[in-house]
Ligand binder design. Structure first.
Ligand code: FES
Ligand SMILES: [Fe+2]
Length: 420
């Protein structure tokens, strides 16, 4: 389908196959994104319900630049509010997570309930009959700034806009189906967290994760060790807004054998080394939990959420922008309540694909750094080009060497930045 809203300058092409480099480097653009996207009509991923099992549990997270607390109240409901005191704005907590009966500000000890209501103001009535707050001061008017919260499949989302559509409409039918498959049919449990600081713009990561073209090139080790093949079946499907992508690949018997085709495909690159072997191949021999053939399933949900199964590694990736040229990638690794100890051990082992030992995420981070470095000195009016897989209409594909869903991301980005 064509983009809903054809672009105006500075976009040089109506099909979003040209993206101005300024969008990745401009501090003004970054500030506009905070108000138009992150505080606009989007559902921002906050955390997992399973991270808040008990009343009083809280998690600190980020909505763009905004520090947010997510809190479980006594009746089981989940609330989210800005991590900033209603009095003079102090940060309420710097803890990443914890359990509390009240959220109390360190500065003047104003305290808030688990739902963000102001409960206590020391010396509200003054001391010895003197001072205190004015007679018309009403604590009900001074709660924390709340976000509207919703959940889907154990994921908790928040929005600061009244115009954000219902969550199922927002994520689209493919995400609904895949979240059921990945997070609902078995109860997830958190295995651990990773934070990776990447010296690149947050939108470069959105491009990267919608770009299966690079999968067998930047991550060539996957091809050498037979984890991925460019010949594999798969494709992409988008939601109606083109902002969210489900990209998937499928294992077939013939993929394993076809080394001759591969050698031809990489001819002249000097990179493909089919004779290379891992000294310890156990990492690559972990069986897939689900017998449905999907080798990878990557859901990219605008603006900052990725839900991914890569081989047998299950993870939530969350982008936390820290300026035009820095983004923190926060990864939550998942296992499942029903996993045996051996299955858990296997998941810890394969977390190294997208984890602390590097492999895939190390390479993606480096690719983003190279782009950010490379475009720093490009001149105004210059742009990247996205033509792999076809130009013109932005549509689903049944092949993986494509950049079409990146154009989908940009068409929605353009729309939301213009509509605001
Ligand atoms: S700034 Fe929080 S109580 Fe004063
Ligand atoms: Fe990658």
């Amino acid at each position: 389908m064509p983009p809903a809203d054809p672009p105006t300058p500075p976009w040089p092409a109506a099909d979003f196959s040209r993206v101005p480099f300024d969008l990745f480097t401009s501090a003004e653009q970054y500030a506009r994104e905070q108000s138009r996207i992150f505080r606009g009509p989007v559902w921002n991923y906050l955390c997992l319900e399973t991270e808040l099992p008990n009343a009083g549990d809280f998690v600190r997270t980020w909505v763009g630049d905004l520090s947010v607390l997510v809190s479980r109240a006594d009746d089981g409901s989940i609330h989210a509010f800005e991590n900033s005191c209603a009095h003079r704005g102090a940060q309420l907590t710097s803890k990443l997570r914890g359990n509390t009966r009240r959220h109390t500000c360190a500065y003047h000890l104003w305290s808030y309930s688990l739902t963000g209501d102001l409960l206590g103001v020391p010396m509200e009535k003054g001391v010895n009959g003197k001072g205190g707050m004015p007679p018309d001061f009403d604590k009900r008017n001074h709660g924390l700034n709340r976000l509207r919260v919703t959940t889907f499949g154990g994921l908790v989302f928040g929005t600061l806009s009244n115009d954000t559509p219902p969550i199922e409409d927002y994520i689209g039918p493919h995400a609904v189906e895949q979240i059921q498959r990945l997070l609902v049919q078995r109860k997830p449990k958190v295995l651990g967290y990773l934070r990776q600081r990447i010296p690149g713009n947050w939108k470069l990561y959105n491009e990267n994760v919608r770009d299966p073209y690079h999968g067998s090139l930047l991550h060539l080790f996957q091809v050498s060790f037979r984890l991925q093949q460019p010949t594999m079946r798969g494709g992409i499907k988008m939601d109606a807004d083109l902002k969210n992508t489900w990209n998937h690949s499928i294992v077939t018997e013939e993929d394993a054998g076809n080394r001759k085709t591969l050698s031809d495909a990489y001819a002249g690159t000097g990179k493909f080394a089919p004779e290379m072997r891992m000294a310890d191949p156990s990492l690559t021999q972990v069986p897939l939990d689900l017998g449905d053939g999907y080798k990878t399933t990557i859901l990219s949900i605008f603006p900052t959420l990725v839900v991914a199964q890569v081989d047998n590694t299950y993870a939530i990736r969350h982008l936390r922008p820290k300026g035009p040229d820095l983004v923190e990638l926060h990864i939550t690794y998942l296992g499942f309540e029903s996993d045996t100890p051996e299955m858990t051990q296997n998941k810890l082992l394969t977390s190294n694909f997208i984890g602390p030992a590097g492999y895939i995420s190390l390479e993606d981070g480096e690719a983003l750094r190279l782009v950010q470095q490379g475009i720093r000195t490009r001149r105004p009016g210059q742009h990247e080009m996205l033509e792999m897989g076809g130009v013109g209409d932005i549509r689903d594909t049944d092949y993986l060497s494509q950049e079409i869903s990146i154009r989908g991301f940009w068409s929605f980005y353009h729309r939301i930045m213009e509509e605001a």
